[in-house]
Design a binder for this molecule. Sequence first.
Ligand SMILES: Cc1cc2nc3c(=O)[nH]c(=O)nc-3n(C[C@H](O)[C@H](O)[C@H](O)COP(=O)(O)OP(=O)(O)OC[C@H]3O[C@@H](n4cnc5c(N)ncnc54)[C@H](O)[C@@H]3O)c2cc1C
Length: 306
Amino acid sequence: MARLEPTTYVPPGSFAAPPVFTRALAASPSLAASNGARRSAPGPASRESCRASPEGRPIGVLALQGGFEAHATALRALGHEVVPAVPSLFTFNLPNDKVRELMGVVAPHVRLRIAGTRLESVGPLLITHWGFSGPAVLRLSAFGARLLHDMGYAYTVQVDWLGDVDEPAARERLMTRLIEHPKRQVVNAGVFELPSRLWSYVLLRAGIPLEKPLGELGKKHMDRLLDVLTNDRYSASGKTTFKDEFVTAGGIALHQVDPATMESRVAPGLYFAGEVLDIDGITGGFNFQAAWSTGWLAGRGAAIST
Ligand SMILES: Cc1cc2nc3c(=O)[nH]c(=O)nc-3n(C[C@H](O)[C@H](O)[C@H](O)COP(=O)(O)OP(=O)(O)OC[C@H]3O[C@@H](n4cnc5c(N)ncnc54)[C@H](O)[C@@H]3O)c2cc1C
């Protein structure tokens, strides 16, 4: 078991006062050096953040951002297993795809899949000037953070624009509307709850003239339309960084941390909180919650042990 040397962390340069419960502490000089250079906002360094207990046992709470290799190296040197960091919660880059002309359009409930994998998510999708964003996309990027990284961020996104309406149900709806209003132009069919710009786009993608009367839709057009509606495909390439990704997947392996106190099982006296742990959540405040909850536990754990 590694033991920490008593250390007072004063980074070279100044750093922002860290938030309550997530006061950062460097566990080793190399960790300190790795981050001191990154700080920009002014503020005093805290000498209290690493101190010895009455028995002389070093105490520290470590709450660093995930994803810095220098942190991982120092933590591994203390005997920790650090799951390699990959970005999570990112949007999909569709270079040169015509769909981007619909930027600003929101499809209210789509089902997304990554071809050749089991990755799937449902929810709203926002079309942007670089590709796809919105809750369904961010969620899928979180579920697939490691797999998509391993695929080099080159993958096919399958879009079911109808979400929970399956192909037979969609066909039936179209047939019913066709029988009821054979003379109505297909662009005005109003069968599905899709924004009008998206519906026009889908029709053109299926090779159907917008003015075509519903009653003149042949089987070929109908099949093609249903295919685009329920199994549209886009090539994603590269990873879009919009103000960086929101969270890091990877970090200290959880089996090495006591969940009641967040104390390291391999470096007693060291407590972990937040992103430095191998925890990442979907959108909805779960990452904040993880940081706050583990911060509270770690702060309490460290206080009780002194
Ligand atoms: C653009 C963006 C949007 C986000 N939106 C959401 C959201 O809507 N909901 C949600 O739940 N999560 C969201 N997150 C994720 C969330 O912000 C993080 O999961 C959370 O802040 C992690 O808290 P933390 O205290 O572990 O790390 P951080 O907030 O990164 O804090 C770590 C602190 O440690 C300091 N530090 C690092 N190294 C050292 C060192 N060696 N010495 C001293 N100090 C050091 C840093 O300066 C920093 O202040 C978002 C993240 C980003 C980037």
